[in-house]
Design a protein around this ligand. Structure first.
Ligand code: KG4
Ligand code: ZN
Length: 316
C-alpha cells in the first residue's frame, strides 16, 4: 500500500492506493472557502492551513481505507512544483511518517501526478498517448510513451487555462475559484453573442492573455444593467474561446490517442468537445493525493534514511 500526501496549492490531500492502482481512500480538504475572500490563494495562509489539516487528513485516509500505518509500504509526496511553503508542509509530514516506520519515500512531480490520474483503476490507461494537462498552474501538451514520464510538446506562454477561467470568473463577479462557476453560468448563455480571440501562437504552445484582456474590455464597455443581462453570454463566449484554443492544439498534434487531465479537464464543454479522448475521472481532475500515489508507482523511491535531505522545490 502507498500512502500519498499532496499539499502543493490549496488542497490538503491524502490517499491510500495499492501497487495495482486500486484507490482505497482519497481524502481532499479544500481550502477554497478560506481563500475566497481574498479572490485567490494566499500562499502563507495556505501553508498555515496545510499545517492544521495534514495530520487529520492522513488519519482520515487511513481510516477510510480500513488501514493503519503498519499496512503502509511506501510513503509518497508531491515535492514540486507548487507554492514552496505549502509543499514544505507535505514534505515534512511525509518524511516524518516514513522515517518513524523506516519506510521508503517516493518524491513525486505534481504534473506527473496529474498524468498518473489516468493510470488508476478502473481507467488504467496504457501509453502511448498525447496528454493535455490543463490546470490552474499549467497548460501543456505532453507526449507520453511510458508511465514513468513524458516529453513536453507545448506549454503556455503566459496564463494557464485554469488561471484564465479564474480571472474571467472574477471579472464576471463569480468569486473564487471561478472555473466551475463559469462553467455553470456558460450553460445558460449564447457562445456566439461575443467574438473573443483564440490565440494561434506558432507550434504547439498556448496563450490566454489576449482572451482575458478581450473579456476585460467587453465588461468595461457594458453598462451595469447590460452587463448583468449579458453575463451568461460573456461566460459562454469566453469559455468557448478557451476550449477552442485547447481543442485546436490537441488536434494539431495529429495524435489519435488523446487524454485530458488537470482541473480544467472537469470543464463540461471541454469534456464534450473531446469526448473521444480518455478523460480523467471528474474526482481525479482537480488536485488530489490518489494521483500522487499513482505516479509514485513509477518513481524510484528513496530508501530510509536518505530522504531526510530531500527538499521541496517551487519550480517544475
Ligand atoms: O489541477 P488543479 O486542481 O490545480 C492545479 O494544479 O492548478 O486545477 C485547478 C483549476 C482552477 O483554475 C479551476 O478554476 C479549474 O481548475 N477548474 C475548472 C473547472 N473545474 C476546475 N475550469 C473550468 N471548468 C471547470 N468545470
Ligand atoms: Zn494540480
Amino acid at each position: 500500500m502507498i500512502l500519498a500526501i499532496e499539499t502543493s496549492c490549496d488542497e490538503t490531500a491524502a490517499a491510500v492506493v495499492t501497487a495495482e492502482g486500486e484507490i482505497e481512500a482519497n481524502v481532499v480538504a479544500s481550502q477554497a472557502d478560506l481563500h475566497a475572500r481574498f479572490g485567490g490563494v494566499v500562499p502563507e495562509v495556505a501553508s498555515r492551513r496545510h499545517l492544521e489539516l495534514v495530520s487529520p487528513v492522513v488519519v482520515e485516509a487511513l481510516a477510510a481505507a480500513g488501514a493503519s500505518l503498519a499496512d503502509v509500504e511506501t510513503v509518497a509526496v508531491t515535492t514540486h512544483p507548487g507554492l514552496i511553503g505549502a509543499l514544505l508542509v507535505g514534505v515534512a509530514a511525509a518524511k516524518s511518517i516514513a522515517w518513524a516506520r523506516r519506510l521508503p519515500l517516493a518524491p513525486v512531480n505534481h504534473l506527473h501526478g496529474h498524468v498518473a490520474s489516468l493510470y488508476l483503476k478502473p481507467l488504467d490507461l496504457e501509453p502511448p498517448f498525447v496528454c493535455l494537462l490543463a490546470s490552474g498552474g499549467h497548460t501543456m501538451l505532453l507526449d507520453v510513451t511510458e508511465r514513468g514520464g513524458y516529453r513536453v510538446l507545448g506549454t503556455t506562454l503566459d496564463d494557464a487555462a485554469g488561471e484564465a477561467f479564474d480571472k474571467g470568473a472574477r471579472l464576471l463577479g463569480l468569486g473564487y475559484p471561478g472555473g466551475p462557476a463559469l462553467d455553470a453560468l456558460a450553460r445558460q448563455g449564447d457562445p456566439a453573442a461575443f467574438d473573443f480571440p483564440v490565440a494561434r501562437v506558432p507550434g504547439l504552445d498556448f496563450s490566454f492573455s489576449g482572451v482575458k484582456t478581450a473579456l476585460l474590455y467587453a465588461v468595461r464597455e457594458l453598462e451595469p444593467q447590460e452587463l448583468e443581462a449579458k453575463r451568461a453570454d460573456l461566460a459562454a463566449a469566453y469559455q468557448r474561446a478557451i476550449v477552442t484554443a485547447l481543442v485546436e492544439r490537441v488536434r494539431a498534434t495529429g495524435a489519435d490517442r488523446v487524454a485530458v487531465v488537470g482541473g480544467v479537464a472537469a470543464n463540461s464543454e471541454l469534456r464534450t468537445a473531446l469526448h473521444d479522448a480518455a478523460l480523467a475521472p471528474l474526482a481525479l481532475c482537480t488536485d488530489n493525493a490518489a494521483m500522487i500515489a499513482s505516479a509514485a508507482r513509477y518513481v524510484r523511491a528513496v530508501p530510509y534514511p536518505d530522504y531526510l535531505s530531500l527538499d521541496a522545490q517551487a519550480s517544475a
